[in-house]
Design a protein around this ligand. Structure first.
Ligand SMILES: [Zn+2]
Length: 137
């Protein structure tokens, strides 16, 4: 059987994360910047994780980053993932600072390297939401 893409389901959202998932649905990687200390953070929160300020703004990140580390998943029996093995799960350091856990797609798993330049890519999950993953830049 030919390898398939991971079948992402619509993410569970709440008031803190909905803006991020809606951004992914538009093909935009949305991060938060603190208006008081300037920290850029991900995951989305109601307050700044550095100074506890609630003066957060959302902005569209450039979508570029580099692979910090990764692993190749050869076995995952979860529906939606089973037929996509082997796939790459990685931490990507975004140019704006935050580190994001994500999938690296668009190339063979053995082509992925630490430090590799990647760019955001999005899977539409319906209802205006999406899930980010990364592909070689
Ligand atoms: Zn802050």
């Amino acid at each position: 059987m030919a390898k398939q893409e991971i079948e992402y389901r619509a993410p569970a959202t709440n008031w803190q994360t909905r803006g991020f998932w809606e951004g992914c649905g538009r093909g935009e990687l949305v991060l938060q910047r603190c208006g008081d200390c300037g920290t850029v953070q991900h995951k989305p929160r109601g307050i700044c994780a550095s100074c506890l300020s609630s003066a957060l703004e959302h902005f569209v990140a450039c979508g570029r980053g580099r692979v910090y580390t990764y692993t190749v998943t050869h076995q995952n029996n979860m529906p939606g993932f089973r037929d996509a093995c082997p796939y790459v799960l990685a931490y990507v350091d975004l140019e704006e600072g935050p580190r994001l856990m994500t999938q690296v797609a668009g190339c063979e798993p053995d082509a992925v390297e630490i430090g590799m330049a990647v760019k955001a890519d999005f899977v539409d999950t319906g209802d205006g939401l999406g899930v980010p993953r990364f592909v070689p830049a």
